[in-house]
Structures are given as structure tokens and as C-alpha cells.
Design a protein around this ligand. Sequence first.
Ligand SMILES: Nc1ncnc2c1ncn2[C@@H]1O[C@H](COP(=O)(O)OP(=O)(O)O)[C@@H](O)[C@H]1O
Ligand SMILES: CC(=O)N[C@@H](CCC(=O)OP(=O)(O)O)C(=O)O
Length: 264
Amino acid sequence: MDTNQRFVMKCGGSTLAALPQAFFAELRALQERGTRPVIVHGGGPAISETLTRLGIESGFVGGLRVTTEAVLDVVEMVLAGRINKEIVRKIGQSGARALGLSGVDGGLIAARPVANADEIGYVGEVTAVNAEIIEGIMAMQYIPVIAPLGIDQAGQRYNINADTAAGAVASHLGVERMIVVTDVPGILKEEGGERRVLETVTVAQIEEMIASGDIYGGMIPKVRAAVQCIQGQVREVVIVSGTEPGVLTRALDAGGVGTRIVRA
Ligand SMILES: Nc1ncnc2c1ncn2[C@@H]1O[C@H](COP(=O)(O)OP(=O)(O)O)[C@@H](O)[C@H]1O
Ligand SMILES: CC(=O)N[C@@H](CCC(=O)OP(=O)(O)O)C(=O)O
């Protein structure tokens, strides 16, 4: 397989419901031309809604969900169940084939507790990704759709931020590109009283923008994951809105869409 043709795409929970059928049709067209997408998805808003409905309290520390055993049950149910299957169904409707799994299946995503686990509970960071499983699914002409949970050797499951999980999958697979699909057209910066999309940003500019507060909230784990994976084999990470026409093809080929994060 030509590894240049593989890419990882992270679909954020902020935008999943808004992704038009044209987005999935484009995904099918890409697969037909020999490109091999790997999808890692989020679902933060759906988890929060379900927790509220069930009357389970939770909060966030540093952008990560405080994850008790009860929260973990809901995270797994929503991400590996409802959201994962919704994406698989939509891809199926477009005429392509998808196979959904979570990072727990086959030990796909090995994880360990994050450093501040005493504060935020069962939140994991990725220690390894079993690329063979993903490659096997791609070899069968299915698009892998991965829910961001992880597991350790003792069988403990963890909740992993979806941007972090996607970055780790991209690094371990050795793809050249990661596309992050979210609800904004890229990284925005206020200039002359106007907020505009930055075409390209470097690692150094990202650090400045976090320090100045220009990048905040949900954008922080995205740029952090991007910075981490472009230290390795990944050449660039593109942050885009999923509702722009032809967004995937433009992100992969022509350019002129979203924000490209590059080494320097
Ligand atoms: N500089 C920035 N440019 C664009 N969006 C930003 C920026 N800083 C913070 N954000 C916020 O990040 C959000 C995207 O992150 P998030 O809501 O976690 O989405 P997702 O569910 O796709 O991961 C945007 O909707 C916006 O509110
Ligand atoms: C540890 C942690 O915070 N996990 C996230 C996993 C889902 C996610 O990241 O979804 P988005 O991409 O839609 O934000 C959570 O529980 O919300």
C-alpha cells in the first residue's frame, strides 16, 4: 500500500450532526480513487447531554472531562455505541464501507493514566496503537472508524480526548497528513477588528497564540495534538470546517482551505 495515500481524519463532536451527506460522498470518492482514510471521532457534546439526562455530574479540568467509573460507562456507551455507529451508517449510506471499533477492541489503543489522574480519574494517554488492526481493516477496503477509548494491560479502560487519540493514531500509522474537522473554518485570529482564518501556522506561532489567549478552549487539545504529531512523521495537520464544499479534497490536494499547521 502506498502509505502517502493514507490519512487520519478527526471528526469533532461539535460538527458531527452538521456534516452534510456531500461530506460522506466526498469520502467515498476519495476511497474510490485509492486514498485510505482512517477516522477517529469525538462526541463531547453528546456525552455531556447524556450525562445531564442521567443526572450524573461531571466537569472539565484543563479541557479534559473528569471521568469517574459512572462517567466512563456513559463515555463508552455514547462514543463506542451511538456516535460510532451513526458515522458508520452515514458512510454506508454514501456507498462506501466502514467498520467501527473503539480503542478497546483488539487492544487497538494502549493507554495509561494521565499524570493528574488523581484529579480527573480514568482519563488516559496513548502509549501504543496497534497499526496492524487498522491496516487489516483498510486492506479489506473498509474505512476504520475509531472511538477514542484506550485500555491498559490490566484491562482498565480510559477516556481519551479525541484530538489526542487522533494525533497518536496518525503518528503510529506514520501518515503524512491529519485533517481535523471541526465547527470553525480554521484557526481564527483577530486582526484590525476582524477575525480571519490563518492559512498556515507554525509550532512557535501556536505557543504564542495560546499564551496570548488567541487560542483557547477546545482548540487547545487540537493544536497540542498537532504539534506533538508533526514532531514525527506527520508533515502537516489541517484544521477545517466539515461544511465547506469539497473540503477533504482541498485539504489533501489543492489547498486553500482551513489552517495548515506545519513544523516551521
Ligand atoms: N483561535 C481560535 N480559532 C478558532 N476556534 C477557536 C480558537 N480558539 C478557540 N476556539 C474554539 O474551539 C472550538 C472548537 O473546539 P471544540 O468545540 O472542542 O470542537 P470539536 O468538538 O470539533 O473538537 C471552536 O468552536 C472555538 O470556539
Ligand atoms: C478525556 C476527555 O475529555 N475525553 C473526551 C472524549 C470525546 C471528545 O474528545 O470529543 P470532542 O472531540 O467532540 O471534544 C470527552 O469525554 O468529552
